[in-house]
Design a binder for this molecule. Sequence first.
Ligand code: HEC
Length: 96
Amino acid sequence: MRGTVLMLAVTVAAVGVVGCLLPQETPLTPAGAVDAPALLKQRCAICHSLDRVNKARFDRAQWERTIALMERRGARLNDAERAALIAQLAAGAAGP
Ligand code: HEC
């Protein structure tokens, strides 16, 4: 029984890692679906317009720092949402 639980945990962790590496075009399964563009509108356009986000030309490391800064300022994101947003933004998908 413990073995089964462990296997499950390992599988979930592996799926999580692969999920982060999926190309942007890959449709996410409904269970883990995070709609990054909708999230941007809901969570990032609260304190400033999305212009701020669209104008930023950041690489992945800069987005990671910026998202962490926004969270300190009050943006609310869970781990899956943060990962999806960073992937989307780093791919330049918030662009014009
Ligand atoms: C609680 C308020 C708040 C929320 C929510 C918020 N931001 Fe911000 N954000 C700010 C403030 C305040 C600034 C202006 C900081 C400054 O100019 O020094 C800013 C500035 C920015 C900038 C410009 C940074 C730069 O260096 O040019 C970007 C990009 C940005 N936010 C992205 C985001 C993203 C992406 C989200 C969603 C995860 C988000 N913000 C959510 C408050 C917020």
